[in-house]
Design a protein around this ligand. Sequence first.
Ligand code: BMA
Length: 313
Amino acid sequence: MNTINDIVTRYQKNPILTREDVPYPVATVHNAGVVKYKNRYIMLFRAHLKNGRSIIGRADSPDGFKFKVLPKPFLTPASYGIFAEYEAFGVEDLRINPVEDSYLLTYSAYSCHGVRIALARTDDFKKIERIALITQADLRNVVIFPEKIKGRYVRLDRPHSEISPWSIWISYSPDLIYWGDSQVVIKPLPYHWDEMKIGPGAPPFKTEKGWLHIYHGVFKTMSGSVYRLGAALHDLADPARVLGVSDQWILQPEEVWEQTGYVPNVVFTCGAVAEDDGTVKIYWGGADTVMCVGTAKICDLVSLCLESSRPPM
Ligand code: BMA
């Protein structure tokens, strides 16, 4: 369902991946990180097992639309060491962050101690090296900028807070392991589509005008929360400076498979692929149940951020 005013054009054959496409038993397929690697697209999707805990599967595609799932899961909870303790309840919402010549994987690690973010690295999408647990409890949605800025790695994340609505923060690191110099950069706006909470979505990518970041925002209604997607633009040299945040959402649940499923009324992104032709493929989980894709013009998203911005805070 697309209308003339839509900023994101949904792919006509959505959903592009469902549990029926997975050659091992899963209940859902959603919230996938996606990247272009050696002329194909690699999708690392979250799937609920039938015990309610999540693992990460892999699907490949020649065109970014038609994906085939590999026979075995890509990442399951670690079986020994410190990662085993903190991943015991499952691994979720993985982002693929292309940084320098490698791919940094950031994912939620759930355990009886809460949720925190684990960092792993892969160069070939076969061998995975777990590096470190890079947040304490109650901090999720870590995305890492593709290059070091002023000699440091930079990330966006989302701490939980009872005092302030959950907001997007920035932090820096010399080595990817120790992070600091944190500050809040974008907050939910009262009585706005993202007033309840916001969080980083896809890893930011470079445009001429700034780093473009697609995030999620949540609004509470009488029949539950609605998850939508928005866009923000960060200064290239100093990403803590937010140049603009689109006042309007760029995508909301409209299709049946976005409005009904494991969690109704959810579009949630963990990945977007910027193409050389000036478009971006945005991938999102629909209702925590299926994977979908749509395309937008990067210049349209940038204009929304710059020309009809709401205050970042
Ligand atoms: C968030 C996360 C996401 C999920 C969303 C909607 O808190 O758990 O993985 O897609 O809720 O259920």
